[in-house]
Design a protein around this ligand. Structure first.
Ligand code: AR6
Length: 203
């Protein structure tokens, strides 16, 4: 595997009040990058899918195009996926070995039911559990739900960071070497760099 990481250089910032304790062990596992996720040669990339798992626009379309038609063939065998959960397939023509297809919540409709946070968190949690079950050591998340599903970037990044931190705190990610937040838009990358010091404070 070859991959140029733009490492997350966490710097002390007096204006950020950390909500979690510092941990050197975690900070070197976390990266934030901005690029096309289909180019990443990692163990798994996480797709922002829909309930059908049969493809769509945005990052889902890009992943299906890059993986080739065998991906949708495997997806057809999966019987869809609930919102807030995820399923795993092979990566086919992608440089990534596996694709984890997570179904994020549509922001406004789930917010009106007060379920948006729990559902988005469930996507990150299930994806990490699948990666651990399959012995995967590197995982790159797209910014789930922040495109057509309308989840605000700042809130979404906090849910993602909080869920990853909790997973690591439970000792479930000890074998995981790299967890990457792969953004496409500047607004999403900005949200990560703003919020990451709260969840992965400088040591
Ligand atoms: N690499 C990385 N990130 C990307 C890429 C890419 N090539 N292309 C877009 N993004 P979206 P959602 C970012 O809309 O909001 C689909 O039709 C994008 O900037 O792809 O979860 C599905 O089939 C944004 O930050 O997914 C569903 O129907 C993030 O990916 C629906 O869209 C997610 O944006 C899911 O909506």
């Amino acid at each position: 595997l070859s991959l140029l990481y733009k490492l997350n250089k966490i710097t002390p910032d007096d204006h950020v009040e950390a909500s979690h304790a510092p941990s050197a062990a975690y900070n070197d596992k976390i990266s934030v990058i901005r690029q096309d996720i289909t180019a990443l040669a990692v163990d798994a990339i996480v797709n922002a899918a829909n309930n059908s798992l049969l493809g769509g626009g945005g990052v889902d379309g890009a992943i299906h195009r890059a993986a080739g038609p065998e991906l949708v063939d495997e997806c057809e065998t999966l019987d869809g996926c609930d919102t807030g959960s995820a399923k795993i397939t092979d990566g086919y023509e992608l440089p990534a070995k596996k694709v984890i297809h997570a179904v994020g919540p549509i922001y406004w409709s789930t917010k009106s039911e007060g379920r948006h946070t729990e559902l988005l968190s469930g996507c990150y949690r299930t994806s990490l559990e699948l990666a651990a079950e399959h012995g995967l050591k590197s995982i790159a998340f797209s910014a789930l739900s922040t495109g057509v599903y309308g989840y605000p970037s700042g809130e979404a990044s906090e849910v993602a960071l909080d869920t990853v931190r909790a997973f690591l705190d439970e000792g479930l990610g000890d074998d995981m070497e790299r967890i990457i937040f792969c953004n496409f838009m500047q607004k999403d990358e900005d949200a990560y760099f703003e919020n990451i010091p709260k969840y992965f404070p400088p040591v």
